[in-house]
Design a protein around this ligand. Structure first.
Ligand SMILES: CC(C)(COP(=O)(O)OP(=O)(O)OC[C@H]1O[C@@H](n2cnc3c(N)ncnc32)[C@H](O)[C@@H]1OP(=O)(O)O)[C@@H](O)C(=O)NCCC(=O)NCCS
Length: 375
């Protein structure tokens, strides 16, 4: 009898040097570094270097990476035209997915599949995805598109483009840590889809487009927006218990709770929780966090499930004043580091992904009835 691993649970689909997720002990490792060692000590750009080259950069390497990313921020005019003409009510993830796909149209070396050219594509997508996201938000709000700047790091630059103002150090650093925590995560669904796409020897743009489409779903990156919608629907602390009880009775999934691999607390969650606490204390509106804490407690007690990365990142972004439908794009911006790293790794030792399926259709032997005689 064939064994079907539904959702590929427990299947090791490939090996990777980028990151490891140890679900039983709640550990996340990027290329030998525990995430707790990295968070707050290194910048997102240092993590990008770690994921692409296997080592944290020295000063010279970091400066080269900064310079390279910052000189790749400009968007082709055709993509700006698309962003400004896209329907204002379009989902930002849909616009980002389409615009990243369009970037491939402006790659003038499509036939060059060398490692160097693919590294350049990784830089180009990583540098531009946040510009695409921020520009769409500006365009749909009827605001002008500020020219890109070269004096800001990735997180600060995104906030600058979004608001048109240079962000505070605190806001930029908070987002930078969130980027670090989201940069990679083993063989998660969107990374897997990027690897499946590139393994056909398609191209980097197609692979990242697949990944963005996969991340969008509410069971993956879309959960962080779902958390805020849930909190808004619940409305007040007094409603939490009854709302959750009702949702569980209807077999609804509580967003930001549970994980396929982590059987204990997601190691990224405490960092985001601490950041959320700091921000909400300052903003003087601890209601959302208190509601979140109550939800986490109920879910732990009733279902034995823990909060995941999306649970507290939602409150962090909300407290930073970021638009709710930009939460998943922020996830995509930081995960581009991992996706592109995985694509490069896949290409370095490629084999097509082609699993089997268990057939559950009718037994073979049916005969074709002429169409005029079919019921
Ligand atoms: C992440 C997730 C998709 C993992 O799913 P999975 O490994 O396929 O696990 P399942 O959906 O099979 O869930 C296993 C059990 O836990 C329950 N469960 C899991 N997550 C739950 C949640 N968020 N709310 C309520 N129940 C949940 C399921 O109902 C199921 O219970 P049952 O055995 O009584 O039917 C799932 O936990 C989920 O949908 N979470 C909410 C979305 C989310 O936060 N996603 C971001 C992940 S980083």
């Amino acid at each position: 009898m064939p064994v079907v691993a539904k959702g590929l649970e427990g299947i090791i689909a490939n090996s990777t040097r980028l990151s490891d997720v140890l679900g039983d002990i709640g550990q996340l490792i990027y290329a030998g570094y525990d995430i707790n060692e990295l968070a707050g000590k290194v910048s997102f750009e240092e993590v990008v270097h770690l994921l692409w080259y296997g080592e944290l950069p020295n000063w010279r390497q970091l400066n080269v990476l900064h310079e390279t990313l910052r000189t790749h921020r400009d968007l082709p005019q055709g993509i700006i035209d698309f962003i400004t003409s896209a329907p204002k009510d379009a989902g930002p993830m849909d616009v980002i997915r389409t615009a990243v796909s369009m970037l491939g149209l402006y790659d003038h070396h499509v036939d060059d599949t060398s490692v160097d050219r693919n590294r350049e594509r990784a830089v180009g997508i990583t540098a531009r995805i946040s510009v695409i996201a921020a520009y769409f938000h500006r365009a749909r709000s009827g605001k002008s598109l500020p020219p890109v700047r070269k004096d800001l790091g990735e997180a600060a630059h995104f906030l600058y483009l979004l608001t048109g103002e240079t962000p505070s150090d605190e806001a930029a650093q908070t987002l930078d840590v969130a980027y670090v925590l989201h940069a990679d995560h083993g063989m998660n669904a969107s990374t897997f889809s990027a690897r499946v796409t590139i393994a056909t020897l398609s191209d980097m743009f197609s692979a990242i487009t697949s990944a963005i489409g996969t991340l969008k779903g509410p069971l993956h990156g879309g959960a962080n927006e779902g958390v805020i919608h849930m909190l808004q629907e619940i409305g007040s602390e007094a409603n939490v218990d009854a709302w959750i009880e009702n949702a569980l009775a209807q077999k609804k999934k509580i967003m930001g709770i549970g994980h396929r691999v982590y059987k204990v607390l997601d190691p990224r969650a405490p960092h985001l929780r601490a950041m959320a606490m700091k921000l909400t204390e300052k903003a003087g509106d601890p209601k959302w966090l208190r509601m979140s804490e109550r939800i986490a407690t109920i879910m732990k007690e009733k279902k034995g499930l823990n909060a995941n990365v999306d649970f507290y990142s939602a409150t962090v972004y909300y407290s930073l004043g970021l638009p709710t439908d930009m939460f998943t794009p922020i996830f995509a911006i930081s995960r581009t580091a991992g996706w592109t790293g995985h694509v490069l790794e896949q290409l370095a030792d490629n084999r097509l992904y082609r699993p089997l399926s268990e057939y559950t259709g009718p037994a073979v032997g049916k005969k074709v009835t002429p169409i005029a005689l079919r019921a």
